[in-house]
Design a protein around this ligand. Structure first.
Ligand code: BES
Ligand code: MN
Ligand code: ZN
Length: 490
């Protein structure tokens, strides 16, 4: 579905009587109405005041919404009373917006924010939460209405809202990709959707199997060789800095479906492995956001697109393959495939772009879900400055992220009798040994973060800003990290 159509206008109190759709007004926790609230209260013969005077009002939290259906005195089909102070936190403002999104269905909304701080963040919360994955529902999608925000300083709110809507747009793209079933989102379809982003000013290049073979990406190719879908690497360049400074590289695991390969997964829950391209989906969404808001930074996104299937051509447990770097890997378990895809793409990214920093994202291990659940992504890094900047960005955006350790003892668990390393380290510390595997493909001096997003990319209950399913986790944080650390302000 398209991104919510949100426009910002000057306050026009006369519009409230005749607006069709939903009216939304803000009321502070200590029951103060603004001019819009007073006007709507008058039109509805005191309905707003009665809500505010009720016992239950006192128990409401910032961002909660109380709805009245078919209020007398106005044309609107519903009146949404939003509990929000004049100086809410960003999280409270977003929460209010998300709650409005849940209520609106497909109705037009007229939202009066008055002089409330972070009015744009209400719009952002609304746009983020106003999402559903509908392409496989045969019933026609209802045409969704528009949202009109009336603000005391409309130009300021508009300016603030624009880059936020770029984030929402990017996150929705990530969700669309992550939610898409694997028979629809093949490696070819995925690459095609990335190529389409060329229209936003991104330089997009698709590397096909013969070129990957030529480059020596044997570990990546070993994952996809059992599938009828061809393996691909897609490179998306955003050169917004206005110079040729070294880019930040974002690398994504794009396993469009992970059966486990010959080390076949059990049937129960295997359908969830349609989200195993979540890292690549997040990189795509982040690149979209950066392009939409014309970020003044150089960022390159690279995704490895493969399908992990069992077949007569699939990699066997015990096979030894050589990575692009030249290191050999004994494949003990064909279900530990994500690291085999990433290590070649990471090496290629460093060889070609000599990046100022590198962040890989992957639904890499079930173990990270055991450790951190669905609240936090696992964060692994060789660089405190970059890592702390990311953790701060994630904290600001309300996206859970928790740092995990790295160390030689973990790395030693990857020793192989016959090759340079094994692709698994055993049951203990499964997420850490996966990260150690990746670190073997990070060049000395390259600041690097590995984000294990297996627990946060797609979840079975709704989150602050997303319905059940794909969350779009990471798009906002990566965008903020770029703004904080890589963007020349000029
Ligand atoms: N894609 C999975 C990890 C995963 C699990 C993502 C659950 C999302 C939800 C990954 O490729 C995998 O299979 N990892 C194995 C590694 C093991 C074989 C060392 C795992 O976590 O069991
Ligand atoms: Mn796997
Ligand atoms: Zn996987």
């Amino acid at each position: 579905m398209p991104l919510t159509d949100i426009s910002v206008h000057a306050i026009d109190l006369d519009a409230f009587a005749t607006h069709e759709g939903r009216l939304a007004v803000l009321v502070t926790k200590d029951a103060k109405l603004d001019p819009a609230g007073r006007r709507v209260n008058r039109l509805t013969k005191g309905a707003v005041q009665r809500v505010v005077d009720s016992d239950s009002f006192g128990k409401k939290r910032a961002g909660d919404v109380i709805s009245l259906r078919f209020p007398a005195g106005v044309v609107a089909e519903a009146l949404d009373i939003v509990v929000l102070d004049r100086r809410p936190t960003v999280a409270e403002a977003r929460r209010a917006g998300a709650n409005l999104a849940k209520l609106r269905g497909s109705a037009d909304v007229l939202l009066a924010t008055g002089s409330t701080r972070h009015a744009a963040e209400i719009g952002f919360g609304l746009a983020m939460r106003d999402y559903a994955f509908l392409p496989h529902k045969t019933e026609a999608e209802p045409a969704t209405g528009a949202v009109k925000v009336m603000a005391g300083a409309p130009e300021e709110v508009k300016t603030e809202l624009e880059p936020l809507l770029a984030i929402a747009d990017g996150a929705h793209m990530t969700r669309d990709l992550v939610n898409e079933p694997a028979n629809h989102l093949t490696t070819t379809e995925f690459a095609d959707r990335l190529v389409e982003m060329g229209s936003l000013g991104l330089k997009v290049q698709v590397l096909e199997e013969p070129e990957l073979e030529e480059l020596g990406m044997r570990t990546l190719l070993s994952v996809g060789q059992g599938s009828a879908s061809p393996s691909k690497v897609v490179v998306m360049e955003w050169n917004g800095a206005g110079d040729d400074s070294a880019p930040l590289a974002l690398i994504g695991k794009g396993v469009v479906f992970d059966t486990g390969g010959i080390s076949l997964k059990p049937a129960g829950g295997m359908e969830d492995m349609t989200m195993d391209m979540g890292g690549a989906g997040t990189v795509a969404g982040a690149m979209r956001t950066l392009a939409l808001r014309k970020a003044k930074a150089n960022v390159v996104g690279l995704v490895g697109l493969v399908e992990n299937m069992p077949s007569s051509t699939a990699t066997r447990p015990g096979d030894v393959v050589t990575s692009m770097k030249g290191d050999t890997v004994e494949i003990i378990n064909t279900d530990a495939e994500g690291r085999l895809v990433l290590c070649d793409v990471m090496w290629y990214a460093q060889e070609r772009f000599n990046p100022a920093g590198m962040i890989d994202l992957a639904t890499l291990t079930g173990a990270i879900i055991i450790g951190l659940g669905h609240e936090n992504a696992g964060v692994f890094s060789n660089d405190d400055a970059l890592c702390n900047a990311f953790l701060k960005a994630a904290q600001t955006e309300g996206e859970g992220a928790w740092r995990m350790p790295l160390g030689k003892a973990y790395d030693d668990m990857l020793k192989s009798r016959i090759a340079d390393m094994k692709n698994v380290g055993g049951r203990a510390a499964g997420s850490v040994t996966a990260a150690q595997f990746l670190q073997r493909f990070v060049k000395d001096g390259c600041p690097w973060i590995h984000l294990d997003i297996a627990g946060v990319a797609s979840v079975k209950s709704e989150t602050a800003l997303a319905p059940k399913g794909a969350t779009g986790w990471g798009v906002a944080s990566l965008n903020r990290l770029v703004a904080d650390m890589f963007e020349s302000d000029g």
